[in-house]
Design a protein around this ligand. Sequence first.
Ligand code: ADP
Ligand code: MG
Length: 292
Amino acid sequence: ASPTAITVGIGRGAELGILIKNGEALEISEKLTTIVFDKTGTLTKGKPEVTDIAPIGTDNRELLKLAASVEKNSQHPLAEAVVKKALEKNIEIETSQNFNTFGGKGVKAVVEGKEIIIGNRTLFKDRNITIPNEAEEKLSKFENEGKTAVLVAADNSLSGAIAIADTLKETTKDAIGKLKEMGLKVVMITGDNKQTAGAIAKQVGIENVIAEVLPQDKSEEVKRLQEAGEVVAFVGDGINDAPALAQSDVGIAIGSGTDIAIESGEIVLIKNDIMDALAGIQLSKKVMGRIK
Ligand code: ADP
Ligand code: MG
C-alpha cells in the first residue's frame, strides 16, 4: 500500500477508536491466520464476583473471613472479588503475616496463627493438600458453569471452595462468530483451569482452548503457533499478556488494560470492544486493496 493509504488508514482507525501505532501493524493485519484471545478482561469484563461459598468443616462467614484476610494483600481480580464479598457481608478482615504469591496458582499468608493457602488444584497438588471427593464434585459443578473455584486450606487441610464468575462482554460472542466467518482460527488462552475455560469457550463458540498456562508461558504458546506457520494476533489486557503481545505478529491491547499491555501492543482498542479487532482487520484489508 502507498504511504498515503496507510496514513489515511491510521486516521480512519483513530476515528473508530482503534489506535494503530505503526503502518506495519496495519499492513500485517490483513495476513493474519490466527487470533489468540486472553480470557479474563479481554473476552470477559474482568470484574469477577463471588457466586457460591462452599465450606468444609467450617461455615460461610469463617471461610470468607480467612480467604479475604489473605486476598486483601493481592491485586488479582479474584482476590478483589473475595474481599468485596467479605465487605458486603460485614465480615471483619483480619491482619495477616508472611503474604506470598504463587504466580498463576494462588496465594498464602498466616491469619490468626494458621497458614491459609488459596488457589487452584495445581497449587493444592504441589503442596500435597488432599481434595476430598465431596469437594471435587462441587468444583466440577462450579467449573462446568464457567466459574473459577478457588480452594482454601488452613494448615494444609481443605476448608472449602469459593466460586467466582466473570461476565462476558456484550459483543464477545458476535465478534468471535464474525472472526471465524472471516476464516480466522480463534484461540482462547488462560491461566484458569481447563473445565472453566472450556465452559466459557463453549458459550462464545471458541473450539481451540489453551488453559492452565502459567503467566510466563503465554508468549511460548504464541511462538508455537507461529512456528506451525500461523500469522498470529494476540489480544490481551494484563501484565501477563505483555510478552505475548510483543511476540505476536500483531499485538492488540485492550484500552482499559494495564499500562504495560498497552505499551506492548501495536494496536489499542480504545473502546475495549473485541468487535474493533475485527474492524481493524477489515480496515487493513481495505488499505491493502484486498476489498474495494
Ligand atoms: P488469568 O489471568 O488467566 O486468570 P492467572 O495466571 O492470573 O490467570 O491465574 C491463574 C489461576 O491461578 C487463577 O485462575 C486462580 O486459580 C489462581 N490464582 C492466581 N492468583 C490468585 C489469587 N490471588 N487468589 C486465588 N487464586 C489465584
Ligand atoms: Mg486478562
